[in-house]
Design a protein around this ligand. Structure first.
Ligand code: HEM
Length: 133
């Protein structure tokens, strides 16, 4: 994971361009949710993934941070079904940018990690929904 993330960071500009292109192509309605510039947004997304990769051995310790991030996403207008779209677009973009370096095993590991991150964010989002107003 760490090795591939280093490569992802090396190819970050390509990954990010491919990723947002793919995301907005598969889900045009999410484009309007992004208010700040995509470059800045991309850096924040990558920094968060970097934090997750650094803390892989203690994923549970990230839970509060990710739940809180998920709660903020509710206010950005992000809906649960968007997570799957984001994960697919991101894994696709990593595969395109890293090519042979992004083998089947690496791809599976990233899909699993992104899905775990999404689950925790969605749990945070659901708490917001049930405790809000
Ligand atoms: C793996 C899951 C995700 C991670 C790690 C992530 C990470 C981030 C981070 C770090 C920010 C910066 C603001 C903050 O910290 O609150 C952010 C903002 C945002 N994210 Fe995500 N995100 C994820 C999923 C999604 C999904 C599925 C969508 C919708 C397609 C989305 C749309 C947005 C939007 C619209 C903003 C606000 C940008 C703005 O104000 O222009 N994110 N995200």
């Amino acid at each position: 994971m760490r090795e591939s993330f280093q490569s992802i960071r090396d190819y970050e500009v390509s990954v990010v361009l491919l990723f947002y292109g793919r995301l907005f192509e598969t889900a045009p309605d999410v484009r309007a949710l992004f208010k700040i510039n995509i470059r800045e947004q991309a850096r924040k997304l990558m920094d968060t993934l970097g934090m997750v990769v650094d803390a892989l051995d203690r994923f549970e310790a990230l839970r509060p941070v990710l739940e809180e991030l998920g709660r903020r996403h509710v206010s950005y207008g992000v809906q649960p079904q968007h997570y799957q779209l984001l994960c697919s677009a991101l894994v696709w973009a990593m595969g395109q940018a890293l090519s042979v370096e992004f083998d089947r095993e690496t791809k599976a590991a990233w899909s699993e990690l992104l899905s775990a991150v999404s689950s925790v964010m969605l749990e945070g989002a659901a708490q917001q929904a049930s405790t809000g107003n």
